[in-house]
Design a binder for this molecule. Structure first.
Ligand SMILES: [Zn+2]
Length: 79
């Protein structure tokens, strides 16, 4: 038997991968670098209304969020 139940992948990495696969559905907050859904009017974290929506930037930020734990991923309302 394996000693580690591996049924729970890191949620952050999973979310980051999902974002990176569909960068046009998201944008990056210029205030706090959170990733939010492209339909969001303001950032749920810092209430900024300025976003960087280029797919390159979104993918880059998703990769950062997927590997580090500094900033929260706020794309949790993507269903
Ligand atoms: Zn923000």
């Amino acid at each position: 038997m394996t000693e580690m139940p591996d049924s729970k992948p890191p949620n952050r990495a999973t979310t980051a991968a999902k974002i990176a696969a569909n960068p046009t559905g998201y944008k990056v907050c210029e205030g706090c670098d959170s990733i939010v859904g492209s339909g969001a009017a303001i950032c749920p974290n810092c209430h900024s209304y300025r976003f960087e929506s280029s797919p390159d930037k979104v993918v880059e930020q998703a990769n950062i969020l997927g590997t580090r734990e500094q900033t929260s991923v706020t794309a949790n309302d993507l269903s």
